[in-house]
Design a protein around this ligand. Structure first.
Ligand code: ATP
Ligand code: MG
Length: 342
């Protein structure tokens, strides 16, 4: 976040006596006891989530779990029934201007088809109260970040889904928000579009933006997020760093090892006997898959054994494919999206 804010900012939180309240917790976003009810139906029910400054949080959950509702509450598009939301320690309810520090793309908003990206950004810039000369600089900056600068003067009516997605993200970034919320940003994109989206998210992450990304794509969450929160029926069912959440549940990861020569059964036996290793499997003559819950030193010992045995280590990849298994075990109500109708 640049020091000079382009829009109204609330950098401090004053209490009734005028003293400044600050949060030392280091949370870019903190949600406590959030509930959103529609009549007697609780779409979100006592939900807590903390996102450290600069961290990317993945919000995972099945259809109807309450992801978009949470993001709408955080962006100010919906009023929570209960709970508190703080941006950088500043409580939303008491300081509505804190909402200006959030940029969001929720569900699938469309840019106006008759407008060009430059016009959309100029419109959003004015709405956000950004001074005129800064609008030009800022919109060029976000269009370059999102890779839409070459199309700045083309009407979005003719844009592909991926290009429109970029324009809506650009509008969300226009006021240089501290917290960015992206609701299923890669949904409906082709593999190249998804890859581009990942790069865009990685770029924002590099800039130190605090982000919440809701997604159904567990691989995406695993690759992009520092932490994940899994929700079902509007309630949090798991949360923490990606590795801790998965490890805490499954206790082990999968190591896939590729060697430059064929491995023997005797070698496999030796690997299986190493501390931290379980479930050895030869995927093919030069690829091993191991269950592993050891230390870094024990992982190094596997590499050492490969060398001692006269094999070349081409790669050793660690994966937490357990995220899928964890997700499936913690969530399971396919009918969640119609609960409110019953
Ligand atoms: N305006 C509304 N009135 C009544 N119920 C609603 C309203 N908006 C959402 N809901 C219900 O709240 C629940 C949570 O919806 P939400 O859109 O937050 O889920 P989601 O996790 O984003 O799902 P998806 O993955 O399908 O986008 C659903 O059961 C939905 O039907
Ligand atoms: Mg949704």
């Amino acid at each position: 976040m640049s020091a000079q804010g382009l829009t109204m900012r609330c950098n401090e939180n004053r209490n009734a006596t005028g003293a400044v309240e600050t949060s030392d917790a280091g949370f870019g976003l903190e949600i406590r006891g959030l509930s959103k009810r529609y009549g007697s139906f609780a779409a979100v029910d006592g939900f807590d989530m903390e996102v450290l400054k600069g961290e990317t949080m993945g919000l995972l959950g099945p259809n109807g779990a309450g992801k978009s509702t949470i993001l709408k509450c955080v962006s100010g598009l919906q009023f929570p029934t209960d709970g508190t939301i703080s941006i950088d320690g500043v409580d939303f309810r008491r300081h509505k201007e804190a909402m200006a520090r959030v940029g969001c793309v929720i569900e699938t908003p469309m840019p106006y088809p008759v407008c060009t990206p430059a016009e959309m950004l100029s419109f959003v810039g004015r709405m956000r109260g950004i001074p005129k000369d800064e609008i030009r600089v800022r919109s060029r900056d976000v269009m370059e970040t999102l890779g839409i600068w070459p199309w700045r003067d083309k009407r979005t009516a003719g844009f592909s889904k991926g290009m429109r997605q970029r324009v809506t993200i650009a509008t969300a970034l226009m006021h240089d928000p501290d917290v960015v919320l992206l609701d299923e940003p890669a949904s409906g994109l082709d593999p190249r579009g998804m890859m581009d989206m990942r790069q865009i998210i990685a770029g924002l992450k590099k800039k130190g933006t605090t982000m919440v990304i809701s997604t159904h794509m567990l691989r995406e969450a695993y690759d992009l997020c520092d932490s994940v929160t899994i929700i079902d029926h509007g309630k949090k069912v798991a949360g923490g760093s990606v590795k801790d959440v998965v490890k805490g549940f499954l206790q082990k990861t999968t190591l896939t090892i590729k060697t430059d020569k064929d491995v023997t059964a005797a070698f496999l036996k030796k690997v299986a006997a190493l501390p931290g290793v379980s479930e050895t499997e030869a995927v093919d003559s030069r690829t091993l898959r191991l269950g592993f819950d050891g230390t870094d030193a024990e992982r190094t010992a596997i590499a050492g054994l490969i060398q001692t045995e006269g094999l070349g280590l081409l790669s050793m990849d660690e994966s937490y494919d357990g995220l899928e298994r964890l997700y499936m075990s913690l969530t399971g109500n396919q009918e969640a999206e119609v609960r409110c109708l019953s």
